[in-house]
Design a protein around this ligand. Structure first.
Ligand code: TPP
Length: 630
């Protein structure tokens, strides 16, 4: 099998088993996309990985990770104003960050075309909520295409690009977690790289106006609304909707991935209802829906998350005087979680018990897998930081605020660091609020370094400007660890190669932060001391708690020739069964036996030695050579 990068640039038509995220990149190439931007977030990072598998010199488009989703969206928009087909991709909640820019796009003429790829996350597999971004489509008058599988991701992106270029309007391609990650065999068209490219900047204010101020707001809004009508006709012509006719008086309307669950549930049933699968949930394709409603007695709407199709379809039926019985969400649970085949079966059984049988009871698994909470990796500098910082805080009374990133996991036992969490960059602001009228309980906020650049800086400026009394701990590990180690502004690299780093400390100094402490988190005693000093100041202070991400570091070490695995071990004679390593430091490499003895799991331990200082009896020792610490 070809390497991914080579496969993506194949000129002849071919078929291959690929993820939805990979199929998307081939579609970008075939469509002639010139600029792609992103900020990392599940379920989309594999899109970037597929792009990065193409050597920079051969990449048919420019790609960057921007500092956050809003900037990424703005860069893509700017490129489209110059005539380049542009695409921005990010995760569900990324649209909240991008929203201030995004909601204006449909009012303006994006001459090159602009596709916004969203990775929505029903089931909140890797997000703090399961927000349904179809609401944003409606709010911003932006058409939305919703593929169900990798083959449709490929096809719909090309359709979206084409439509966006033809109309000069943005189009959303809404993926969901399992559409991004599903794999199937996709038949790709051929691709011929253009012999010559005209990349000359085509920005012309005459294509605007591009200043949507008062006098322009109404005409621009009318234009966006008229555009939606044109899209409705376009979608009917393109034949993207799918109707499965089982000659039933009952029908199901659905879209996206839910279609696969519906097919699964109905597979072996007699008397299947008909199905209308919508490619475009907004604007609603009125002709297709009206025809479907008119030809059925009863229609069930099956949509994951919110009831956007249901409301639109019921309103349409009312306006057209249709008497079809329309059944939408009937139970609170219908709003929650992914529409797996089991869930769809439950819902359909409730609606049509006469034809859809209930789930057959699955015999309980003899040995259910115990739940495994996510935890910080062995050697993680964040663990050392939490362990050390905890010693500096009053046992009860301190208020600690988390942010988004690997360090979020510090809220768990035994650290219990970061007891409030909202969204990226929010920790300093929340901590500022918690510091008001509060002379008794020290407030500590945590912030990752990628998040510092993403949305952290305004909260810091606010804390300075409004003189809030809190200590911010910047957990600097040099990378965007949680989403798969993407570089950020302080990494000294961007996705395309080495660049001058923008150190966190320099930014803080530039902002005028007076009290900055900085230390490697493995120096735990000193970190505890610095933290005490910072808290005693009773004003805004920052502790930069630095240590490279050890997962990344160890992975790179393992690639080197002559690499030797390193571990720590327990000197059983010295071990006083205090169990600080298990109970307080809690590295997952340690486990306690029934007899109270501690052992080290050599599969997990990376020999970094950050645990050595946590054993009061000095019973943790390195085995062999010096540990693998950077
Ligand atoms: C608005 C938004 N965009 C993207 C994400 C996905 N995401 C989760 S954690 C994280 C970054 C964490 O990086 P950093 O702040 O450096 O902390 P680390 O994981 O390295 O400790 C991102 C981008 C998100 N949750 N919200």
């Amino acid at each position: 099998m070809k390497q991914m990068g080579e496969m993506l640039l194949t000129r002849a038509a071919f078929a291959e088993i690929v993820m939805g995220n990979t199929a998307l990149v081939r579609a970008m190439i075939e469509a002639g996309t010139r600029v792609v931007t992103s900020y990392p977030g599940s379920p989309t990072p594999e899109i970037a990985a597929a792009i990065q598998s193409i050597p920079l010199a051969e990449r048919p488009f420019y790609f960057e990770f921007s500092t956050n989703e809003k900037v990424a969206a703005e860069v893509a928009f700017g490129a489209s104003l110059n005539g380049h087909l542009a695409t921005v991709f990010f995760k569900s909640v990324g649209l909240n960050v991008a929203a201030d820019a995004f909601v204006q796009f449909s009012l303006l003429h994006c001459i090159g075309g602009l596709v916004i790829v969203l990775g929505d996350d029903p089931g909140a597999n890797s997000s703090q909520n399961e927000q349904d971004n179809r609401h944003y489509a409606r709010m911003s008058y932006t058409p939305i295409l919703e593929p169900a599988n990798p083959a449709e991701v490929y096809r719909y992106y090309k359709e979206a690009a084409h439509l966006s270029q033809a109309m000069g309007k943005p189009i959303i391609l809404r993926l969901t977690t399992h559409v991004c990650h599903a794999k199937e065999r996709v038949a790709f068209d051929g691709w011929t790289p253009p012999l010559q490219r005209d990349d000359s900047p085509r920005f012309d204010p005459a294509n605007g106006p591009y200043i949507p101020l008062t006098a322009q707001v109404f005409p621009k809004k009318r234009e966006a609304l008229e555009g939606l009508r044109r899209v409705e006709h376009w979608i009917d012509e393109r034949g993207l909707h799918q109707v499965i006719d089982n000659r039933s008086p009952r029908g199901i309307v659905t879209s996206g991935m839910v279609m696969l669950s519906v097919l699964d549930v109905l597979a072996d049933l007699p008397g299947k209802p008909d199905i209308l699968k919508l490619a475009m949930p907004y604007p609603l394709p009125t002709r297709a829906i009206t025809d479907f409603l008119a030809s059925h007695d009863e229609v069930k709407i099956l949509e994951e998350l919110d009831d956007t199709l249901e409301l639109g379809i019921k309103a349409l039926a009312f306006d057209r005087g249709l008497t079809t019985r329309i059944v939408g969400k009937e139970d609170l649970e219908d709003w929650v979680g992914e529409y797996t085949p089991d869930k769809v079966r439950d819902i359909l059984h409730r609606t049509w018990p006469d034809t859809i049988p209930p789930r057959t009871a699955v015999p309980a698994s003899p040995a259910p897998v115990p739940p495994r909470p996510a935890q910080m990796c062995p050697g993680c500098g964040h663990r050392s930081a939490f362990h050390a910082i905890k010693q500096a805080l009053p046992t009860d009374g301190a208020i600690t605020v988390a942010d988004i990133g690997c360090h979020t996991l510090g809220f768990q036992e035994p650290y219990r660091m970061g007891e409030v969490l909202l969204c990226m960059g929010a920790s300093t602001g929340i901590a500022s609020g918690l510091a008001l009228f509060n002379d008794t309980r020290p407030v500590v906020a945590f912030l990752g370094d990628s998040t510092f650049f993403h949305a952290g800086i305004p909260g810091i400026i606010n804390a300075l400007f409004n003189q809030h009394n809190l200590t911010l701990v910047v957990m600097e590990n040099g990378t965007t660890a949680m989403t798969g180690h993407q570089d950020h502004a302080a990494s000294g690299r961007n996705v395309n190669g080495p660049v001058e780093a923008i150190p966190v400390r320099r930014v803080l100094e530039g902002l005028g932060v007076q009290h900055i402490f900085e230390i490697d988190t493995y120096r735990q005693k000193e970190l505890t001391g610095l933290m005490r000093q910072a808290l005693e100041l009773k004003t805004f202070s920052v502790v930069i708690a630095r240590h490279p991400c050890m997962l990344l570091f160890t992975r790179n070490q393992r690639k080197k020739s002559g690499y030797q695995a390193r571990h720590v071990q327990i000197d059983q004679e010295r071990c006083a069964r205090i169990h600080a390593c298990v109970q307080e430091f809690a590295c997952p490499s340690f486990s306690r036996g029934a007899d109270g003895s501690v052992t080290v799991n050599r599969e997990l331990c990376i020999g970094d030695g950050s645990c050595l200082q946590t054993c009061p009896a000095g019973a943790i020792i390195r085995s062999g050579q010096e540990g693998g610490t950077p």
